[in-house]
Design a protein around this ligand. Sequence first.
Ligand code: KIV
Length: 289
Amino acid sequence: MNTSNATPYGTLPPASPVAARKPISLPRLQDMRERGEKISMLTAYDATFAAVADAAGVDCILVGDSLGMVCQGLPSTVGVSLETMRYHVESVVRGVQRVQGTTWIIGDLPFGSYHESREQALRSATVLMQAGAHMVKLEGGGWTTETVRFLVERGIPVCAHLGLTPQTVHALGGYRVQGRGDSAAKLRQDALALQDAGAAMLVLEMVPAALSAELTEALPRCHTIGIGAGKGTAGQVLVMHDMLGINLGKNPKFVRNFMTGQSSVLDAMGAYVRAVKDGSFPDNTLHAW
Ligand code: KIV
């Protein structure tokens, strides 16, 4: 375990929580939640950035299928394969183990890898868990509930994902806010069912701030992680390339460029962790829903 704030990537500011950090686990996440400490999550896809995120004290790394867009240059996440996800999960795990090995790693199940049956989902989740992930993530509401229960009963921690679910972007008609008006009731119902099925985390993407704050209150055992979902969630996640200001396209409205005013990626990630923890990210001007 690291005993100072010096890392192979530079030295963190003295207030950094990294020194003497213990590995993140489900009980530690629950404890953070009960103490009101916000959970910081970033995506990462390779060993070096994962090592820097671990050194910066990021609580959770999501090896997201967003890698299809930021690493592979695909137009959406739909074309990402399970084999590609396995490759990137393994790379991230190796990177995290090079530094402190404290960050909780979530592997994203790609489009088509859990849709057929619970058994197919178990086979796909096994691939990512054997690559070193601590948890798998899957997208969708009601229809995924029994799959989540099946995986959790077999010892696989699950993160669910509601709101804007990028794998169904074509069905949703684009990257737009979800859970407004009548659809809020369905989102509430799905979130409660997913907690009941044993999901330990729930990404809420582009959901109105009031609704995600309400769901956070309603889900004490399932930690809500917001992305464009306001301040009221148990934690926050951003796509790493977006928060470093190196997105090839247009940055979503809710993103802050954490490289501004920083001289290294380590410092930018450290600034992100501190801003999530002290509640200064997101602020209410970063989203208009
Ligand atoms: O794939 C991903 O990076 C994600 C985040 C946007 C939450 O699902």
